[in-house]
Ligand binder design. Structure first.
Ligand code: THU
Length: 131
């Protein structure tokens, strides 16, 4: 599973976005340590704060299926927008500072970051002595 393949899955997931309010469709795909890929799209709600981001849909699917170690993340937005702060923190829960995050546009062009770059000096289970 290379970066392009993970991004391709996120592009497909984005087509399933439920975003009737913002019209900002997001797709995500996470690769877990056991080699599985879990995808997600944003799911909005008429009660706006109940919206869940694509990244957190993908991660909650992974964890609910028994995968807890995220080794790569792909996110696709129309304009290459990066994951929100909440999603960065949730990625941190199951990833590492050096976990690659591919931020792509629907045409497949992407920028590559690390989680550390997007969320420096992060707080994690290690700070609670739980790592
Ligand atoms: N959104 C995501 O799915 N992921 C992010 O990291 C940023 C924002 C969604 C939430 C909402 O449905 C729409 O994009 C506009 O904020």
């Amino acid at each position: 599973m290379n970066s392009e393949q993970l991004i391709a899955q996120a592009i497909t997931a984005r087509e399933r976005a439920y975003a009737p309010y913002s019209h900002y469709r997001v797709g995500a795909a996470v690769l877990t340590a056991d080699g599985r890929v879990f995808t997600g799209c944003n799911v909005e709600n008429a009660v706006y704060p109940l919206t869940i981001c694509a990244e957190r849909v993908a991660i909650t699917k992974a964890v609910s299926e028994g995968a807890r170690e995220i080794v790569a993340v792909a996110v696709v937005t129309e304009n290459g927008g990066t994951p929100c702060g909440s999603c960065r923190q949730v990625i941190r829960e199951f990833g590492q500072p050096d976990t690659p995050i591919y931020v792509a546009q629907p045409d497949g062009h992407y920028r590559q970051f690390t989680l550390e770059h997007l969320l420096p000096e992060s707080f994690s289970a290690a700070d609670l002595g739980k790592a």
